[in-house]
Design a protein around this ligand. Structure first.
Ligand code: LLP
Length: 456
């Protein structure tokens, strides 16, 4: 389920009308539902109950401290990809001992930091990295817990930019080489071979690639476990979510779209994989990101202008590709709905941002209710790979983020002040300093337009 739904004509997140949040905080605005985050965690947790398991939230999908804290409070761990992400877990009050550390380019400093924090395991992507981890561990007189990432060469049938489990990708070590790599790694000082890891791709809506990969890798895990004495097997993340019909699916059942199309559910995932995983007798780690945070977030934006050309009806909004890059980068679909329901026929519209790029769009030729200046819209399923992929392109400040919990709301990220965008920049020493340095920081103000006032 997810907690975005209409109550009367107004779109709510849990018990809060999004229009009220706009009046208070302006736009663009990210809104997250704590109930949805918790619901998705517990659905997966319950489905996997027959196994000893740890759900490590892939925080690359959403690393807001309050989101991290939500999962930490539920007992979850974290899949991290930088020292920065491990520091975020600590800053949010989470346990670094429940963090796995992945990524193909870990620096010596990052490895040292992770070792000092006592992370659960490094997910290692190459032999060169194994050697480096061993060297740093020796220097620090620590034992490094390690799992090698196996590339099972299974096609995940997903978008080319988010598939990772074939030999065309930079990730992991090829299946055929793994045994030899473990044999060599076992001889490295200060390395503890704690498990094996795999991940085949993201936004998988079919269970078959998961089944194929676990079926292929399972026997390898058994063999390596007998030799090296493992604690765990990590099957990665990748469970897909509903993007189309996201709103209707929240009302019915989040895994079943209004059109009745079923996608991967935690139950189907568990039912398919449990018989393959249980006999391994190991702790099973998962690294879901999108599944946990995707449907839990919306990006709220305001219509600035309507521009009609002979061919198109452009709805120009105040959010842009710097706030949510997924449509521009992956051609991905996000459902767009008005905060206040509109009657009347739909109009084919292009929803675009103000950034100077043709790629700065959220929807093309989309039938949308007729909207005008000052109306507000929500882009749904924006909780994963939304804010985290944001940038200051076009010197646009990063938006406010709100966490909703029942009737409660909390600002979990303040809107970035404009001057903070260049806070780390300077005029070069040999250049003349501006005569009148900016004395006041131009703050991004909360905008209250006539249109939003009228709605009160
Ligand atoms: N584990 C590993 C090793 C990963 O590389 C990823 C995602 C995950 C777990 C989490 O995958 P998830 O459960 O979220 O599918 N920016 C793209 C997605 C990039 C995914 C990168 N790796 C998007 O917006 O669709």
């Amino acid at each position: 389920m997810h907690s975005f739904r209409y109550v009367g004509r107004e779109l709510f997140c849990e018990d809060i009308a999004l229009s009220d949040l706009v009046r208070e905080h302006g736009t663009p605005l990210y809104v997250y539902s704590q109930a949805t985050l918790a619901d998705h965690y517990s659905k997966l947790d319950t489905a996997l109950a027959p196994l000893d398991h740890l759900i490590c939230f892939a925080m690359k999908s959403n690393s807001n401290l309050a989101v991290i804290r939500t999962f930490a409070d539920l007992g979850g761990g974290f899949d991290t990809v930088s020292a920065g992400e491990i520091q975020r877990v600590i800053a949010a009050g989470g346990d670094p001992g429940k963090c796995v550390f992945a990524g193909v380019g870990k620096t010596e400093e990052e490895i040292a930091f992770a070792l000092k924090q006592g992370i659960y395991s490094f997910n290692v992507e190459s032999e060169a990295e194994l050697a480096r981890i061993s060297k740093v561990a020796v220097k620090l007189k620590k034992i490094a817990p390690v799992a090698v990432r196996v590339n099972p060469n299974v096609d995940a049938h997903t978008h080319a930019k988010i598939t990772t489990g074939t030999y065309d990708n930079k990730f992991g070590i090829q299946f055929e080489s793994i045994e030899a790599v473990y044999a060599r790694a076992a001889k490295l000082p200060n390395i503890r071979l704690r498990g094996l890891q795999m991940h085949i791709g993201s936004q998988l809506t079919d269970v078959e690639p998961f089944r194929k990969a676990v079926e292929k890798v399972g026997p390898l895990v058994t063999k390596l476990n007998a030799r090296h004495g493992f604690d765990f097997f990590s099957i990665g993340g990748g469970i897909g979510i509903v993007y189309e019909d996201a709103l209707a699916s929240g009302d019915v059942a989040w895994w079943k779209t209004a059109a009745g199309r079923k996608i991967l559910t935690p139950d189907l995932y568990a039912k398919t994989l449990l018989p393959l995983l249980k006999p391994l007798g190991l702790k099973i780690l998962l690294e879901p990101g999108r599944f946990m945070s995707g449907n839990a977030g919306a990006l709220v934006t305001r219509v600035e202008y309507i521009k009609k050309t002979g061919k198109k009806n452009f709805v120009i909004v105040d959010a842009a590709m710097n706030d949510l890059i997924r449509p521009a980068f992956y051609d991905s679909f996000h459902e767009i709905v008005p905060l206040t329901k509109k009657a009347g026929a739909k109009v084919s519209s292009d929803v675009v941002g103000p950034v100077c790029e043709s790629g700065d769009y959220f929807a093309k030729d989309r039938p949308l209710p007729k909207v005008g200046e000052g109306d507000t819209l929500a882009l749904l399923s924006a909780g994963a790979y939304g804010s985290v992929m944001g940038s200051n392109y076009n010197s646009r400040s990063l938006p406010t983020e709100i966490l909703v919990h029942g009737k409660k709301t909390s600002v979990v990220r303040r809107r970035q002040a404009i001057a903070d965008i260049w806070a780390n920049e300077a005029i070069a020493d040999w250049q003349q300093q501006p005569k009148q340095p900016i004395s006041e920081k131009p703050q991004a103000k909360v905008k209250v337009t006539k249109a939003t006032k009228a709605k009160k």
